[in-house]
Design a protein around this ligand. Structure first.
Ligand SMILES: Nc1nc2c(ncn2[C@@H]2O[C@H](COP(=O)(O)OP(=O)(O)OP(=O)(O)O)[C@@H](O)[C@H]2O)c(=O)[nH]1
Ligand SMILES: [Mg+2]
Length: 489
């Protein structure tokens, strides 16, 4: 399988469904009221880390990933279904950046780690939400919000505990195949390995047998000038960038006229050029191919020269497994003790609405996605206030309701009395009822006002409900109706 460790991708979340403007139409139910449901939320585009994947190859074939839009709301109070989320599995070790801003969105380092890279738009509200006492048949319904759109840059950095470095042909792949079940290609020519290969090394019976395990990464060989692109370049060093420790293999190669200490120093230089932080990582150095007589003979002198340079040189042979178990034990210790290097910049736990706001503020012209997020975040900021206000308003309206009821009850007997009286008395009764209703409403509103220092809005509703001319009107209507019926012609 082709190894691809970089790609550019567009993600488009689903739009929210539109709210419906519909009315209840039923036999014997005239003026049934609004019944338009809300639109459904648009689907998110979500990335999930998967240990089973090792390449971004799939994403080079799909340029755009889209999630489904939300269904529109319908009549009969039917809400639209939310659009299905698009869940995309990506290899563990993938860094995700915004292509426009270069901002790191997240670093997927765990199997099952989820990240919403594009949020679906909210569904619009149907007209059932817009009915008010003043407009009982609203024809208004909201449109759904647009889903987020984003260009992403994805970069895969394989996650290994130990990174393996060395010139081509020093026996790196042979070492990995000797200590793990990985089977990289091994051949007697430089640049046999062209892609990073991971091997799982089990120590002391592995985790199931009470021991431990670690992952070792075999990368293509490096040569002096790799940082300028000579050989396969140093782009593969990024795959050992986040490893906990390094294993540097050197060997005698008389045919090439090379010398182990010079080789070691040359590669250290390349390493420092690539990343000074990576060069500081704990490191073990080993002389490979110990089964060859010339290597064995040269080892004591070489070990002394390395020691002078402050480096401990061990002797191993992948062919005879000499010195392998001691070296693997040391690597296992480093793999468990040394901390893993952090990602290039600290990733946020989840792409929060604030992130979109930050992106928008940081980069002059905010993208549409960023502005959408900004709007969302401001809405979120507003929410708590409205939540706080809601109970107060409820309380006020609850208190106002009985007061209004009382008022209308007080007014009603007065109206009844009035209706009992004959036509000439009707006028009198209405006059009597009106002040009674007025008095009641006034006391009601005053009571609610004094009981609780409520918000002006809630006070208004209280007084509105209490002073509703309905009670007065009904009183006067009831009073006047019999009068008109009984009035002598
Ligand atoms: N005698 C002997 N030969 C070895 C040993 N390890 C590797 N070799 C030989 O060295 C040659 C290169 O081995 P590789 O493992 O492919 O070397 P490499 O460092 O992975 O090379 P590149 O992938 O090209 O960077 C092969 O012919 C191996 O058989 C060893 O311990 N003893
Ligand atoms: Mg190799």
């Amino acid at each position: 399988m082709r190894f691809v460790d970089q790609c550019r991708l567009k993600v488009v979340a689903g739009d929210g469904g539109n709210g419906a403007a519909a009315f209840r139409r039923e036999k014997f139910v005239p003026f049934g009221g609004p019944s338009g449901g809300d639109g459904g939320r648009g689907g998110h585009v979500t990335f999930v880390g998967d240990e089973g994947l090792s390449t971004l190859l799939d994403f080079t074939y799909m340029r755009t990933i889209e999630a489904k839009r939300g269904e529109h709301g319908q009549g009969s109070d039917c809400y639209g279904r939310a659009g299905a989320d698009r869940i995309v599995r990506i290899p563990v070790g993938t860094e995700i950046r915004d292509a426009e801003t270069g901002e790191m969105l997240a670093d997927i380092t765990r199997h099952g780690q989820e990240l919403i890279v594009a949020r679906g738009g909210k569904g619009g509200r149907g007209n059932i939400h817009f009915a008010t006492p003043f407009d009982r048949a609203p024809r208004r319904a909201e449109k759904g919000e647009a889903g987020e759109k984003r260009e992403l840059l994805m970069e895969l950095k394989v996650l290994a505990d130990i990174g393996l470095l060395g010139f081509p042909n020093v026996g790196k792949s042979t070492f990995v195949s000797a200590v793990s079940a990985a089977r990289p290609k091994i051949a007697d020519y430089p640049f046999t390995t062209l892609n990073p290969i991971l091997g799982m090394v089990e120590v002391g019976g592995g985790p199931r047998g009470g021991g431990t395990s670690f992952v070792i990464a075999d990368i293509p060989g490096l040569i002096p000038g790799a940082s300028e692109g000579i050989g396969l370049g140093i782009q593969f060093l990024k795959h050992v960038e986040r490893s906990r420790a390094l294993l540097h293999l050197v060997t005698l190669d008389h045919g090439e006229g090379r010398e182990p200490l010079a080789d070691y120093r040359a590669l250290r230089k390349e390493l420092k050029r690539f990343s000074p932080e990576l060069a500081e990582r704990p490191e073990l150095v080993a002389l490979s191919k110990a089964d060859l007589p010339e290597v064995r003979d040269a080892y004591p002198a070489l070990a002394r020269r390395f020691a002078k340079a402050g480096v401990k040189l061990s002797l191993v042979s992948a062919a005879t497994h000499e010195g392998l178990s001691a070296l693997v034990a040391q690597l296992a210790e480093l793999a468990t003790k040394a901390p893993r290097a952090p990602a290039a910049s600290p990733p946020p736990p989840e792409p929060s609405p604030e992130l979109g706001q930050l992106l928008a503020e940081g980069e002059g012209a905010p993208s549409s996605a960023a502005t959408a997020k900004k709007a969302k975040s401001s809405a979120a900021a507003r929410k708590p206030a409205s939540r706080k206000a809601a109970p107060a308003a409820k309380k006020a309206s609850k208190k106002a309701a009985p007061a209004a009821k009382k008022a209308s009850k007080k007014a009603a007997p007065a109206a009844k009395k009035a209706s009992k009286n004959a036509a000439p008395a009707a006028k009198k009764a209405s006059k009597k009822a009106a002040p009674a209703a007025k008095k009641a409403s006034k006391t009601a509103s005053r009571k609610t006002a004094s009981r609780k220092a409520t918000k002006p809005a809630s006070r208004k509703t209280a007084s509105r409900k209490a002073t509703k001319p309905a009670s007065r009107k009904t009183a006067s209507r009831k009073a006047t109706k019999p009068a008109s019926r009984k009035s002598p012609r």
